[in-house]
Design a protein around this ligand. Sequence first.
Ligand code: UTP
Length: 317
Amino acid sequence: MTAGAGADETQSGRSGFRTAVVPAAGLGTRFLPATKTVPKELLPVVDTPGIELVAAEAAESGADRLVIVTSPGKDGVVAHFVEDLVLESTLAERGKFHLLEKVRKAPGLLNVSSVVQEEPLGLGHAVAQAEAVLDPGEDAIAVLLPDDLVLPCGVLEEMGRVRREHGGTVLCAIDVPKDEVSAYGVFDVAPVDGGADPNVLRVNGMVEKPAMADAPSTYAAAGRYLLDRAVFDALRRIEPGAGGELQLTDAIGLLIADGHPVHVVVHRGSRHDLGNPGGYLRAAVDFALERDEYGPALREWLTRRLAPDWNPQLTTS
Ligand code: UTP
């Protein structure tokens, strides 16, 4: 299935890749019961699905093609990027041009196509499905997890710069408080020989959800990857790991063992995890506070809601 804007089929984007892969075939169990019928990637952050925010980031970084990994029955995720001519003409007839602009945004961002992961066999398995649709000349892909909002945008361009300098594969990290490391995949890193940028580090390995005392650093994986095409060969060589799933981090571990350069860019902005209700709510509030139409009233209500004398019986929302 293909949708969206036209694009040059041959060139790499300005960040050194033209295809951004968005794995969206997981079960979303942390969002049940909503995700029984609604893909979590379509849950709105204020009014825009998380996957549209991530697609906009991919387009801004120079990608011209988005490959969404979907599961059977999750077609709605790709449908979000297909023009709806009936809706568009209704909005135009009614003079709702502001809404028309909003619904046209997703289909106009970049070319969107999908590949199907028949069973949720892990993130590594999901990424492996994208190989079939790459052009022979593409030597790297970006992978963006739609659960992760990495703000402000721009880290993929920085990762592209690091790949141009060092080659290989480039990952993205956030620096988390030490007492939170156990919730993350944590990088074992070393300074780059002669490297001038303290936010670019060489990766020696990665530990999934370490105990605080065992964590090799406080640099945790954020959902942005710039993967050399060699990752597909590594994905074919790994065995199922935790939960019987093929883990992308195991394939990256193999690349490191093979001597393939793997670096990390430490992102010093903010990050929201949309994959669980608590993180999703924080993102929604954060984004709503920035919006002219909702921000002031929400701020005022939150202030009242959090005041010690809050009395729900005296207040409507
Ligand atoms: P998560 O583990 O965060 O997502 O995977 P999940 O499995 O959908 O969620 P929970 O844990 O059950 O609540 C990170 C990303 O990888 C995709 C997910 O859709 C999500 O975007 N993924 C995961 C796949 O595409 N296929 C898989 O087999 C596993």
